[in-house]
Design a protein around this ligand. Structure first.
Ligand SMILES: [Zn+2]
Length: 261
């Protein structure tokens, strides 16, 4: 069984805009639609994908969470999302939990916030109370420029401040900040996903070393489809010399536990 913990697709009315926004910077391997994701899953033999919508403005928080709740099906799950500028954050979180969405997706670069911002502390406390996990973009992102809001030291400090929060860091802890991932984050009780880690971005030996230092019981298979081809990504992770037990944890066991599947 394979669960892809990090995918995206878009409602018909915004899909064109979403693809146009990244034109020339990153490629796309589906047409960005739900049908496109399902076709890609069939090709890659992926059983379940978690899609991660993102609230791009405070005003669209409610709409995006309503959409996410309605889109769920047997083989597609979705997280909710919040925008740090939403004046009704407690209500939005309550709504997400009431809808049965498993967690929230955040992007500190896109949404321009810092995990050290004390004004947001009640949000993270509420996520613990409501048993919502937080999955966040981590590290460099070709669409944005430094200074980064999501580097290993900041993310480690955030985890230490909220040790009970289930925290999932995309892109193996912090995209392209591998030395600091090893020293600051690897081994902490947070999850890393494997989204967007092609061999040219992170060669197999280094990837394997970080997985082993962190522990396979806190690694989640993920692709970042449509920005990465699911099938090639499955093949890459499968090519690593992992044990069968490690492979099962990474491809589905850890994800199934977080998603209560
Ligand atoms: Zn993503």
């Amino acid at each position: 069984m394979i669960i892809d913990f990090h995918t995206h697709y878009y409602p018909a009315k915004v899909v064109g805009k979403a693809l146009a926004a990244v034109e020339g910077r990153i490629g796309h391997y589906t047409d960005g639609s739900r049908a496109g994701l399902l076709a890609s899953m069939r090709e890659a033999k992926i059983d379940y994908s978690l899609a991660l919508p993102i609230a791009t403005r405070p005003a669209n928080s409610r709409g995006i969470n309503t959409w996410a709740a309605a889109e769920r099906s047997e083989n597609i799950g979705l997280t909710g999302s919040i925008h740090p500028g939403d004046p009704h954050l407690p209500d939005t979180l309550k709504y997400i939990a009431e809808q049965g969405l498993p967690g929230i997706k955040l992007h500190p670069e896109y949404q321009q916030f810092d995990f050290a911002d004390e004004r947001l502390y009640p949000v993270w406390e509420r996520c613990v109370e409501l048993d919502l996990f937080v999955i966040t973009h981590a590290g460099c992102d070709v669409m944005f420029k430094p200074p980064w809001h999501s580097d290993p030291a900041r993310l480690a400090a955030f985890h230490r401040r909220f040790p009970e929060l289930k925290l999932i860091l995309a892109h193996l802890g912090s995209m392209e900040m591998w030395d600091a991932v090893e020293t600051e984050l690897a081994g902490l009780p947070v999850y890393f996903d494997l989204a967007l880690l092609t061999p040219d971005r992170l060669p197999p030996q280094r990837l394997l070393a970080i997985i082993r230092k962190h522990g396979a019981e806190r690694i989640l298979f993920g692709t970042d489809s449509p920005w990465s081809p699911q099938k090639a990504h499955v093949d890459y992770i499968r090519s690593l010399p992992l044990s069968e037990a490690e492979r099962e944890l990474i491809f589905h066991r850890n994800a199934a536990k977080l998603l209560h599947l």
